[in-house]
Design a protein around this ligand. Structure first.
Ligand SMILES: C[S@@+](CC[C@H](N)C(=O)[O-])C[C@H]1O[C@@H](n2cnc3c(N)ncnc32)[C@H](O)[C@@H]1O
Length: 291
């Protein structure tokens, strides 16, 4: 399975672990991200909007409404399957003539002309890209003078690594060794220099400024709290937080033998069923103007 299929399979299926309740809850949150990124972009009628890493169209489809009949939206993604999905949605809505689909990604944005877009948006895409400086430079290149950039990214370097006695926000006190071996499986897929954890909000500011953007604003938000559980145990076993890592079931199977797996499973499940997880989550909204 190539990268393309992996992105589509995750975004369209695995991210919700096959759980409709989880999906509905996530969609509420995703809707908030979408509305805030688009508000930050100050999209106007007639604009050309580029959504980079468009996924299944969360931002791009909403942007079509904001730009109106005279505007255009360019959907760009490294996944051909996801672009096809966006095309299907846009066709169904009857907006085909106002949309373009470009199979490209960061850092290159190949095939997008210089100074060709009024707005560039991206949500949870830079976390997957190693060369963030080149990515900001490309975003700057494709935007017209006066164009608005609006970004949302989770800041996973915050609170990373998590405390030894928690795993997935659940208390594993006394079973830290077992949890550590499962965490090792995840670390193998995402080492310390992984693009997802190698930057923070200040880096985003510096990157935007270094690329030549102006009127840069960043809202940084942190939650360290107890969150009500939204997942069932089965969903937790089968979903993945991103397409690059195995499911919890796969990681447990790989790291532990039967009796160990049972001990950790029992603890995690018991903690989950108590109804709360500890959350340590940081995120940033960045807006900027191409001067
Ligand atoms: C977490 S999803 C976010 C999708 C969408 N922006 C949204 O808000 O729902 C990440 C998206 O980035 C795409 N992607 C991954 N690497 C990329 C890259 N180097 N350039 C552009 N897009 C990329 C994936 O195919 C996927 O659609």
């Amino acid at each position: 399975v190539g990268t393309t299929d992996r992105w589509a399979a995750w975004l369209l299926e695995h991210r919700f672990g096959g759980d409709a309740g989880q999906r509905d809850a996530a969609m509420v949150q995703l809707g908030e991200f979408r509305d805030r990124v688009l508000a930050g972009a100050r999209v106007r009628r007639g604009d050309v909007v580029l959504d980079v890493g468009c996924g299944d169209g969360l931002l791009g489809v909403a942007a079509l409404d904001l730009v109106g009949r005279s505007g255009h939206v360019i959907f760009a993604d490294v996944s051909a399957d996801l672009l096809a999905e966006c095309r299907r949605i846009v066709d169904d809505l009857g907006h085909r003539e106002r949309a373009a689909f470009v199979h490209t990604g960061l850092p290159e944005l190949a095939g997008i002309d210089a100074a060709s877009v009024d707005v560039a948006t991206t949500r949870s895409v830079l976390i997957y890209v190693a060369d963030k400086a080149a990515s900001f430079a490309s975003l700057h290149r494709v935007m017209r003078p006066g164009g608005r950039l609006s970004i949302f990214e989770p800041i996973y370097s915050f609170g990373h690594p998590p405390p030894a006695n928690t795993f997935l926000g659940l208390d594993v006190t006394g079973l830290e060794d077992l949890a550590e071996r499962v965490k090792d499986v995840y670390r193998r897929f995402q080492p310390e220099n992984d693009p997802m954890v190698d930057f923070d909000e200040r880096d985003l500011l510096g990157l935007a400024e270094a690329a030549g953007f102006d009127e840069i604003h960043l809202d940084y938000h942190v939650d360290i709290d107890v969150e009500p559980v939204r997942m069932t145990w089965s969903t937790m076993l089968h979903h993945t937080p991103n397409p690059l890592v195995p499911t919890l079931r796969e990681a447990l199977d790989e790291a532990l033998i039967g009796i160990e797996r049972e001990a950790l499973t029992e603890r995690l499940r018991d903690q989950l069923e108590r109804g709360a997880t500890r959350r340590r989550f940081a995120s940033a909204y960045l807006t900027a103007v191409r001067s």
